[in-house]
Ligand binder design. Structure first.
Ligand code: NIG
Ligand code: FE
Length: 410
C-alpha cells in the first residue's frame, strides 16, 4: 500500500526556496506523502488524480505557512548561568576582561563539568522547548563547556538525546576549541593538538560529531590553531565552521574559506576581501544579533558588504549563558532586522533556507519544495513580514513534522 497522502489547503505558503521566495506567499496548497512534500502550488493547478489520492484534507483557514524554523547556532546545553556577570557588565566591566579573570566561558565550564548527564539534560530542556514552541524543527547544538574528552562527550550525548526524545533534527558541533581549560594553561598549541588528534577521532567513533567548530578571535584561538583543527576535521570527513570576527579580525576567515567552511559566525569584524572569499567558498555568514545586543557592541556586521558579495546570510540565537541568554529565534530575527538592517525576507530566509545550508541540511530542510521533508509551521499571522515584527509574541499555531502534527493544533 502506498503511504497516505494529505492535502494542506487554503494557506499562504511562503516557500523560502530563496530570499525572494521568503517575501510573499507563492502557493496556497501542499500535498504531503509519507513525510515528504510531493507537490506545492496553487490549488487551482492541482491535478484531479492527485487530489483524489489525498485521504486527509486540512483546511488551514488562510493562515501563513513557512518551513520549520532552523536555529543553526546554539550552545544551549550547559549548567548554571552567568547572571552575575551580566550585572557586572552593567557596571562597566567588559566581556573580555571577565574572561581574562577566569570567568566567562570558564565559569560555565566549571558548572558544566560538575553536572551529570541528567542534570545537563534538565537544564537544557526549557531552552530547547522554548525554541520548539516557536516552530523550530531543526537546530544545531555545540559542545564547548566540557573541555575534556568525557565532559565534551556528555554535552554531545545530551544534544543527541534532546533531538531523539522530541523528534527534532539536532546537528551537533564539536567546540572543544572554545576556551583554554586550566589544565592546559600556557599550552594552547598542545591543547589544540590533543582535542584535534585524540578527542576528535574518539568522539567521531562514538558518532557524536556532525561538524567541527572553533572560536577564532582575540583572546581565543588563532588562525594557525584553526588550521590545525580543520586539517584533523578534514581527515575525519567532517564539515567545519568558525566563530570569527566577533571582536577582532585575526585572519580566521581566510582559513575558513580555504577549508570551504559551511559557516562563519558573528563577523562583526570582516574585511572586504574576506567577504569575497566567503562567497567563493560557498560559506554561510551566520549573524548573531542577540550576542551583539547583549554585549552592547558598537559595530554591526557589514551586511551590505555580504549582500554585494553574494554571501548567503543566516540568523541564529547563539543561545548561551554569557553573550546570548536567549531562547527565541523570533527575537533574533527581529534584532537582525532592527540592529543589522536585514529585510524581513532576509531574516526569514536566514532562519530557514540558509540556516539549513549552514547545517548541511538543505535541500531536505529549510524550504517548502517538492521532495523536501514535510516540516512546516502554521502561523496566526497575516504575512511573513510579521515574523520579525513582533517581539515577545509567539504566534506559532502548529508545527508539522514529517507530514504529521507535532505541536499545537490546526
Ligand atoms: O558565540 N564567542 C564565543 N562563544 C560564545 C559565547 C559563549 C559564552 O560566553 O559562554 C558566542 O558568543
Ligand atoms: Fe556561539
Amino acid at each position: 500500500m502506498p503511504p497516505p497522502a494529505a492535502l494542506w489547503r487554503n494557506a499562504k505558503v511562503v516557500t523560502c526556496a530563496s530570499v525572494a521566495d521568503a517575501a510573499t506567499a507563492g502557493a496556497d496548497a501542499i500535498v504531503t506523502v509519507g513525510g515528504r512534500i510531493e507537490w506545492v502550488g496553487m490549488e487551482s493547478a492541482l491535478a484531479d488524480e492527485r487530489r483524489a489520492s489525498c485521504s486527509a484534507v486540512h483546511n488551514l483557514g488562510g493562515r501563513l505557512v513557512t518551513p520549520g524554523l532552523i536555529d543553526c547556532h546554539t550552545h544551549l546545553v550547559f549548567a548554571g548561568d552567568r547572571a552575575a556577570e551580566f550585572a557586572e557588565r552593567q557596571r562597566g566591566v567588559s566581556y573580555e576582561e571577565i574572561a581574562r579573570r577566569g570567568g566567562g566561558i570558564l565559569s560555565t565550564v566549571r558548572a558544566t563539568r560538575a553536572a551529570d548527564e541528567q542534570e545537563l539534560y534538565e537544564a537544557a530542556l526549557p531552552r530547547f522547548e522554548s525554541l520548539l514552541r516557536e516552530g523550530v524543527l531543526a537546530l544545531e547544538i555545540k559542545s564547548g563547556y566540557g573541555l575534556t574528552l568525557e565532559d565534551e562527550a556528555r554535552m554531545l550525548r545530551v544534544a543527541r538525546t534532546l533531538g531523539a526524545r522530541h523528534d527534532v533534527v539536532v546537528r551537533t558541533s564539536y567546540l572543544a576549541a572554545h576556551a583554554l581549560p586550566p589544565e592546559f594553561a600556557g599550552r594552547a598549541d598542545d591543547y589544540v593538538r590533543v582535542l584535534s588528534r585524540e578527542w576528535l577521532p574518539e568522539l567521531v567513533r562514538r558518532e557524536l560529531v556532525d561538524a567541527v567548530d572553533i572560536y577564532c578571535d582575540r583572546g581565543a584561538f588563532s588562525a594557525t590553531q584553526s588550521r590545525a583543527l580543520f586539517e584533523a576535521a578534514r581527515e575525519q570527513g567532517l564539515p567545519v565552521r568558525m566563530h570569527v570576527g566577533q571582536f577582532a579580525d585575526v585572519g580566521g576567515v581566510q582559513v575558513a574559506a580555504e577549508f570551504a567552511a559551511v559557516s562563519c559566525d558573528h563577523l562583526e569584524e570582516l574585511a572586504e576581501a574576506d567577504a569575497q572569499r566567503l562567497a567563493a567558498a560557498g560559506t554561510v555568514a551566520v549573524l548573531l544579533p542577540v550576542a551583539y545586543y547583549t554585549l552592547g557592541q558598537a559595530r554591526p556586521p557589514p551586511v551590505d558588504l555580504l549582500r554585494r558579495a553574494g554571501v548567503p546570510i543566516a540568523v541564529a540565537t547563539d543561545c548561551n549563558p554569557g553573550t546570548s541568554p536567549c531562547a527565541s529565534l523570533l527575537l533574533a530575527m527581529n534584532m537582525a532586522c532592527r540592529l543589522f538592517g536585514l529585510h524581513a525576507e532576509e531574516a526569514l530566509a536566514g532562519a530557514t533556507r540558509y540556516a539549513a545550508q549552514a547545517l548541511g541540511l538543505a535541500p531536505a530542510h529549510g524550504s517548502i519544495a517538492c521532495g523536501a521533508n514535510a516540516d512546516f509551521v502554521v502561523w496566526d499571522l497575516a504575512g511573513a513580514h510579521e515574523l520579525g515584527y513582533w517581539t515577545g509574541l509567539n504566534r506559532c499555531r502548529a508545527a508539522i513534522r514529517r507530514g504529521a502534527l507535532a505541536r499545537g493544533a490546526l
